[in-house]
Design a protein around this ligand. Sequence first.
Ligand SMILES: NC(=O)c1ccc[n+]([C@@H]2O[C@H](COP(=O)([O-])OP(=O)(O)OC[C@H]3O[C@@H](n4cnc5c(N)ncnc54)[C@H](O)[C@@H]3O)[C@@H](O)[C@H]2O)c1
Length: 240
Amino acid sequence: MTGGGRGIGAATAVRLARSGVAVVVADRDAEAARAVAGRIWTTGGEALPVEVDVAHTDQVEAAVERAVSWGGGLHLAYNNAGVPGVRAPLAEYPDDVFWRVQRVNVGGVLACMRAELRHMLAGGGGAIVNAASGAGIGGVASSAAYVASKHAVVGLTKTAAVEYAARGIRVNAVAPGLVRTALVEGLADSAFAAAHPAGRAAEPEEVAEAVWWLLEGAPFVTGAVLTVDGGLLAQVPGLS
Ligand SMILES: NC(=O)c1ccc[n+]([C@@H]2O[C@H](COP(=O)([O-])OP(=O)(O)OC[C@H]3O[C@@H](n4cnc5c(N)ncnc54)[C@H](O)[C@@H]3O)[C@@H](O)[C@H]2O)c1
C-alpha cells in the first residue's frame, strides 16, 4: 500500500495487518513508513517499510518487485498516496502545481496498478482499491487540480475493473468526504465538516474499514466507487 506513513494509509496498514495480511508500508517519507511498520510488528503483525515516490514509475516498479519478493506474491493493493495541490480559481490555477498533482495522484495510481496487475495476473487474481474522493464525483471550488486528479482515479478504477474482472482481479475505489488527517489540517472542525449529515469528519480508521471490506469482504464488488462520507453526497442540495 502506498502513502502508508500516516493518515488513512497508516490506519489501513494497521487494519490489514490485524486481519493477518503481511503489509508493505510504502511512502516517500521513509521514516514514517518505518514507524508504522514498527507499530505493526509490536502488535504481532508483519510489515515491510519501503521508500517510494509514486510520481516516479521506476521507483514504483522497484517497490512492487520488493513487495512481491518479500511477501512471496501480491494479492491485495491499496493505492492511497495523494496530494492536494493549492487552492486557486481555475482561471488562475498554476500550471506547475496542476501537473505535479496529476503526476502523483493519477500517474502514481496508473504506475502502481500497471505493476500490481502484472503480478496479480501471474498469481491468478487479486483485489485493488484506489483512493478517490468526493472530489472524484463532484466539483469543489478552487481545487481544479485535485478534482481533476480524483475524477481520473475514478476513470482508471472503472476501466481496470472492466478489463480484469474475468481474470479474477477486482478494482474499486473509496471516495471519502472529509477525514481527520494532516492533509486537511484545520478543516476537521470546520463548517465543511458540519455539513456532513453525520455532523463531523471521518476518522482515518473509518475509511480503513471500508478499504478492508472492498479488499477482503466483497467478492462480487468491482468497479465500485464507495462513498465513505457520512452521507455528504447523498444530500439533495437545498433540501437538506
Ligand atoms: N483527508 C481527507 O479528507 C481525504 C478525503 C478524500 C480523499 N482523501 C485521499 O486519501 C488519500 C490519503 O489521504 P490522507 O488524508 O491520509 O493524506 P496524508 O497527507 O495524511 O497522508 C498521505 C501520505 O502519502 C504520502 N505521500 C504523499 N505523496 C507521496 C508520493 N508522491 N509518493 C509516496 N507517498 C506519498 C505522504 O508522505 C503521507 O504519508 C489521498 O489520496 C487523499 O487524496 C483524503
